[in-house]
Design a protein around this ligand. Structure first.
Ligand SMILES: [Zn+2]
Length: 241
């Protein structure tokens, strides 16, 4: 899952500046897309057909978070499925118990395998493993036919599988010098699912460089000089995941 650097409203380098509060909260969507790009922050589908909305990290439907329902700092973008009643919805989000793409290097939390298959990074340990699992469970990212709570209307797995196959076909073209990294970037931006492209092109440093630098808001601190993920959280220089 693509880690992102959320802007802070006090940052004078952001022009035009962002607000501390947005009321109605839906008004924050253009600034969110300007900051973290137009994709679901969780499943990474593109924000086409108005399918992605302003997402409250700590849900506005819980009384303890009503006071921050208009706060920029509580916003990400999410599709109706990730934030649906079958997934995130009004489930509580307690910081420190669940990885989040604006707080943790979620490029490490989730492993994307052949066919777009998603699972927790089993190389994690203890609390970090638990927090990564909590993220996947929060948004139901690993749901697919056979999963206990998968609903047939949840097509994220299928779209991820399709895009994985598209990415693989284009990896073959890339390896044969039929397309270059800029074409791969255009395809990735159009189809979405950043992590699928990042995973399929794991050995193509020029592609990974563009994926990190050309999807707005991707946190560069989360990657090393070869654009591999490292144990560093968004917005920090030295923290571990
Ligand atoms: Zn989503």
């Amino acid at each position: 899952m693509r880690p992102v650097r959320k802007w802070v409203h006090t940052d004078a380098t952001i022009v035009p500046p962002i607000n501390e509060f947005y009321n109605p909260y839906q008004d924050a969507k253009p600034d969110l897309e300007r900051n973290i790009d137009g994709y679901c922050s969780y499943c990474e589908r593109p924000a086409t057909d108005d399918a992605v909305h302003v997402e409250h990290i700590q849900p506005k439907g819980l009384p303890q978070y009503v006071a921050i329902q208009y706060s920029w700092s509580n916003f990400l973008l999410a599709c109706a499925r990730c934030n649906g009643a079958d997934n995130k919805s009004n489930n509580d989000v307690v910081f420190g118990t669940v990885h989040l793409p604006n707080l943790n290097n979620t490029a490490i939390s989730v492993f994307y395998g052949e066919g777009g298959f998603v699972q927790v990074n089993t190389g994690l340990h203890n609390q970090e493993l638990a927090n990564a699992e909590a993220l996947i469970n929060l948004v139901g990212l690993d749901k697919r036919p056979g999963h206990l709570n998968h609903l047939s209307k949840d097509k994220r797995w299928d779209r991820r599988r399709e895009v994985w196959e598209i990415a693989k076909r284009n990896l073959d073209k890339y390896d044969h010098h039929l397309i270059d990294e800029h074409t791969v970037l255009e395809l990735a931006r159009g189809y979405g699912f950043w992590s699928v492209w990042y995973s399929v092109f794991r050995n193509a440093i020029d592609v990974k460089r563009l994926l990190v630098s050309n999807f707005r808001g991707t946190e560069p601190n989360c990657f090393d000089a070869n654009f591999n993920p490292i144990n560093r959280n968004p917005g920090h220089a030295t923290d571990t995941v």
